[in-house]
Design a protein. Sequence first.
Length: 436
Amino acid sequence: MTPNIRTISGTEAIAAVFRSQTDQLKFVIENQRNFEPCHFSIGSKKALLTSDPMVAQHVLQKQAWNYRKSSGYDGLRRTLGNGLVTSEGDFWRRQRKLAQPAFHKSMLAQFVSTMSEMAEDMLTDWRQGPIDVLQQMSMLTMRIIAQTMFSSTIDKEGDALSRAFDAMMEYSHVHFLFAPPDWLPTKKSIEGKKAIKFLHEHVKEIIKERQASGALGNDFLGMFMSAGESTSDKMNNQQLRDEMMTIFAAGHETTAVAMSWLFHHLDQNPTVLEKVESEIAEVLGDAPITLEKLAQLEYTERTIKESMRVSPPVWAFDREAIADDVVCGHEITAGTMVLVSPYMLHRNPEHWDAPEVFNPDRFLLGKREHRHRYSYLPFGGGPRICIGANFAMMETKIIAALVLRKFRLTGQKQKLDYHVGITLRPEKLTMNASSK
């Protein structure tokens, strides 16, 4: 039996899509009133919007074989190529198997000092006064991913890479979900395609230089080049480029956004900030960061998790049904898109007490076990859970610890606006840095 669900179609649906082009998150929020499922259709296109963790688990895990990423990802496919984020089926499984060892915790340990040194370098340039937090975090995480991925510094071309990346992400967002034709010569399309070509050529040149050197290198590129037991198993140049583009994009954008929201939420919650600062001072003092010390920053980690609950960088993703299905009583025909929004999942009052309250202790052992495991999806779930989740958490803890050990960031006490794109960025996050 199909449960009662809200249905949008016809002119109402067309009007909703038009509004969604300026704020897709608002579209999701409006059509998830009372956290009830919403069936959406325009002509042959159908979608189910849901904030039910059981639906998310069904689509992402239990019946993952019957769901693929929709045509809404075509913009990302043109941007990133056929990497782990966008590929499907047997090819994705092969690539995931080849890439997985590079992201094992034992391999990531080698990057602790790199992340720490680069964060310390950033802080030497900070002075008392206002800073653009997202810009600072974006440049830092871009430097970190370039070093860990290619053993490369980007000081000279950092600004050019940053501008190209922003144009590329805007292009990907415009071509997500109900997209305009790719041939339409809009300003964002023209700038985006130019940026994509620039970034692709940059990555290809790095791969070419590495191969010419004859050295693998102790970084992601080296690990990916050596992955596979035989020549036929190894990644070719196209696959290497696509995976490097994917890591470059996913590996710095989401962390920069997560860090920015974290500093905002700490400013909004001074009691939490004081506890985090006390823990950092007690555990680290003035000593260098180690994996063992990072593991002891338990309250800091819970605070990061709570920040990603309230402001998940990846605010929505979708899957398209390959064959007809029934999902928790919802009849899904082949071709229907199931839209899962972590932003709404993380606010569902059936699974979160007082969801609008910022409370890191939600993630204490003994509390989190009572929630549905798919009610919290900052890194997705199922077989396609983000391969870089451990890398991102380690990087976020290191940056947070080093920044908060030396500076306190204070800013607006009012509600912060957001910018909806592929990620959910804070809008105009300028904060005052005060040295300790």
